[in-house]
Write a protein that binds this ligand. Structure first.
Ligand code: FE2
Ligand code: FE2
Length: 167
């Protein structure tokens, strides 16, 4: 692919990805405020942005088989755990930015678990087998990730088991 087009598609993928996430967040806010149809509009358009992002990603030739996709996921999570979040967290501390210190700490703790789960999944898929995994629980406050059952109390943020969302 020509360099300029590749760069443009990368930028478009990043922009659509952010819009997708932003609209999900805005939908939750609208829902809580009682604007059911505004929430639905945000969710619908969020999905359209996901379609756009997927098309750009495909055009870039970046959609591979699941084993390769898992490696991309492992690399991303590992970078976040080993370099990005520890440094972002230190900068937030240094600058006295309490909210950023908390949000980067929450993310760092969850990404450690994500990297390990993806490694396990990759081992299974390498042998052409789906991963043997039970229910997955995500803390709606901090994103802590647990497998099997939700902990009584989130080990990262202290939220109760009822704050976990099951997948
Ligand atoms: Fe993650
Ligand atoms: Fe939590």
């Amino acid at each position: 692919m020509k360099k300029m087009t590749e760069k443009n598609l990368g930028d478009a993928f990043a922009g659509e990805s952010q819009a997708h996430m932003r609209y999900q967040i805005f939908a939750d806010v609208a829902e809580k405020a009682g604007y059911k149809n505004v929430a639905r509009l945000f969710r619908a358009i969020s999905y359209a942005e996901q379609v756009h992002a997927t098309n750009h990603y495909r055009a870039l030739g970046l959609i591979k088989d699941t084993e390769n996709n898992l490696q991309v996921a492992i690399d991303g999570e590992t970078y976040e755990v080993e370099e990005m979040y520890p440094v972002f967290n230190e900068v937030a501390k240094f600058q006295g930015e309490k909210s950023a210190e908390q949000s980067t700490h929450y993310a760092l703790e969850a990404e450690k678990i994500h990297a390990e789960l993806y490694k396990k999944a990759k081992e299974s898929v390498k042998g052409k087998k789906d991963i043997d995994i039970g229910d997955i629980y995500i803390c709606t406050v901090c994103g802590y990730t647990a497998v099997g059952k939700a902990p009584e109390k989130c080990p990262v943020c202290g939220a109760p088991a009822s704050a976990f969302k099951k997948f």
